[in-house]
Design a protein around this ligand. Structure first.
Ligand code: NDP
Length: 290
């Protein structure tokens, strides 16, 4: 089985970006600048944002982290978004999700200037993606496309089954893999919690993308021999043998699938690093607007 090593690929792509940023610096151009807004103290969000900021430094971007406590009000969050929209130094920014319950995520998303929406979550970018127009593509699905492309995994004419229909992973993944072009041109089935007989669908998949958020739910009996598996899930499960008290695992039972899949992403070190790389690619693109 081929391991689709997202960490190694992300390092390669970051090296390429670093060279491009060096060239930009030498020619006196605009150095990309990403801002990240982190609200509250969700440990997973903290670790994602840390990794995004660290990656900016690795490729030579400027980065700004704006941190606020959970006591922040909705209007204060919208004020931060407005300031970032209007700040000429900031090329793109993200508001790390999830937000505390009293903040309306939709209202925050709608307030983001689509030209700085490097997460690709605003209606303008989602609409443009759906129409096949140039846009900022959502980071996780785009990272998966980059990975399939760079590892030479053919999607054209393949049966792809996507588990999950969220706005940030499942739905855009379905749109991008089924649209004309490469990677794309696949026949895509999207499954969710109301799907009847999940196994019927997953067994037909040439490529299975799991984005459900249930630890190790996909097992060997659910897939056919030779399937390519992209495991998006990042789940924390209790593990007393680890110093930190938990381990990370995906939505796929990696061990049982190793002997059946032809290629598979590990967790951690698969889709996660590619998501960060996509965000950097979008930021670089946003910076070229100037
Ligand atoms: P959501 O919780 O928003 O969506 C989960 C989806 O899975 C929903 O559409 C839900 O269906 C579906 N689902 C739930 N249970 C079942 C089931 N038993 N059978 C079939 N479908 C089911 O999650 P996200 O899309 O945000 O994230 C999914 C996973 O990916 C999480 O583990 C998350 O941490 C991880 N993630 C990883 C990223 C990375 O960079 N690697 C980035 C983003 C997320 P329904 O709509 O009916 O409720």
């Amino acid at each position: 089985m081929q391991v689709l090593d997202g960490k190694a690929l992300a390092t390669t792509i970051k090296g390429e970006m670093r060279e491009e940023v060096d060239q930009i610096r030498l020619s006196g151009g605009n150095i990309p600048h990403l801002a990240a807004v982190l609200i509250g103290d969700n440990p997973a969000s903290e670790s994602y944002v840390r990794s995004k900021v660290r990656s900016c430094e690795e490729v030579g971007f400027h980065s700004t982290l704006i941190r606020r406590g959970t006591e922040i009000t909705q209007s204060e969050v919208l004020e931060i978004v407005e300031q970032l929209n209007n700040d000429p130094d900031i090329d793109g920014f993200i508001v790390q999700l999830p937000l505390p319950k009293h903040i309306d995520e939709d209202a925050v998303n709608l307030a983001i200037d689509p030209r700085k929406d490097v997460d690709g979550f605003t209606p303008v970018n989602v609409g443009r993606m759906t129409l096949g127009l140039p846009s900022f593509l959502p980071a996780t699905p785009n990272g998966i496309l980059t990975m399939l492309d760079r590892y030479g995994i053919e999607t054209s004419g393949k049966e792809v089954v996507v588990l999950g229909r969220s706005n940030i992973v499942g739905t855009p993944m379905t749109i991008l893999l089924s649209r004309k072009g490469s990677p794309g041109n696949a026949t895509v089935t999207m499954c969710h919690s109301r799907t009847q007989d999940l196994k019927f669908h997953t067994r037909r998949a040439d490529i299975l993308v799991a984005a459900i958020g249930i630890p190790e739910m996909v097992t060997a009996d659910m897939v056919k021999d030779g399937v390519v598996i992209v495991d998006v899930g990042i789940n924390r499960v209790e593990d007393d043998s680890r110093k930190r008290g938990y381990r990370l695992c995906g939505d796929v039972d990696y061990k049982s699938l190793e002997s059946k899949a032809s290629a598979m992403t590990p967790v951690p070190g698969g889709v996660g690093p590619m998501t960060v790389v996509s965000l950097l690619m979008n930021t670089l693109k946003a910076s070229k607007r100037k």
